[in-house]
Design a protein around this ligand. Sequence first.
Ligand code: 5GP
Length: 111
Amino acid sequence: MTTLFEKIIAGEIPSQKLFENDRIIAIKDINPAAPVHILIIPKKVIPNIQSLAEDDLPLVAEIVKVAQQLALDVGIQDNYRLVTNCGVDAGQTIFHLHFHLVGGRKLHGLG
Ligand code: 5GP
């Protein structure tokens, strides 16, 4: 089944794009949990971090680099959270791997 993020990557659903290259897109979360809430999404269809293959590990490293740069760009480089939810009970609602870059306020427990 095509996920919402595949449609966003394909440009079929609009998004506020902050970064894009051949492998990765970063967009503003539509329902931000904090003043900064960015979703960093690989274009490759990977359901979640548990289904990540060894060959995909460089992609995760690149996502971390993108997160570092975005954190600098928006001025939260000293305080942020980079989170991925894996599975329904962990809060995953879209089964296409993505990382939440969250900051801009004091963050409390993981919930
Ligand atoms: P998850 O719950 O799977 O870890 O994260 C999915 C995230 O996608 C949520 O934070 C939710 O607010 C965000 N989201 C859901 N629908 C849309 C949408 O249409 N556009 C954008 N930009 N974000 C969305």
